[in-house]
Design a protein around this ligand. Structure first.
Ligand code: DQA
Length: 147
């Protein structure tokens, strides 16, 4: 049982990118923590980051055959990518939307997520713990299938 942790644009720069908003942890150190948490829950986990919309969409398509669920931080694409939204709709596995920052307390454009309606839920504002909470949420969603 494998979970995909998928990160979108600019998240490869975590650690140096606006640390006051996104924290000082690098994507690698966050992924290491997710890996441990996933293992404790009994999942394999695979990580992917892309700065391009097509890269994210291609990996979502692949996930439908190799993963049971996705924790997705689509970065700014969250707010306007109907193509990513359609990719999430197209695959049958659950996708949890996560954000490091509290998108509702920032710029107006960040308050709208075009992917939220097709995700099984959204978690924002808890820094790197948003990913861990997303993992737990996915585990809960997968429920009996995993037991
Ligand atoms: C983000 C929030 C988005 O608005 C922003 O464009 C990002 C990161 C977050 O994790 O808080 O790139 O998804």
């Amino acid at each position: 049982m494998k979970i995909l942790v998928l990160n979108g644009p600019n998240l490869n720069l975590l650690g140096e990118r606006e640390p006051g908003i996104y924290g000082c942890d690098t994507l690698k150190s966050i992924n290491d923590e997710i890996y441990e948490a996933a293992r404790e829950l009994g999942y394999d986990v695979t990580f992917f980051q892309s700065n391009s919309e097509g890269g994210i969409i291609d990996r979502l398509h692949e996930a439908r055959v190799d993963c049971v669920g996705v924790v997705l931080n689509a970065g700014a694409y969250t707010h306007y990518s109907y193509a990513i939204r359609d990719a999430i709709s197209a695959i049958k596995i659950p996708v949890v939307e996560v954000h490091l920052s509290n998108v509702n307390s920032r710029d107006e454009f960040r308050k709208n997520s075009v992917i939220a309606p097709v995700c099984c839920g959204s978690i924002a504002g808890f820094g790197k713990y948003s990913y861990i909470l997303g993992l737990y949420a996915l585990n809960n969603k997968l429920g009996a299938a995993h037991e």
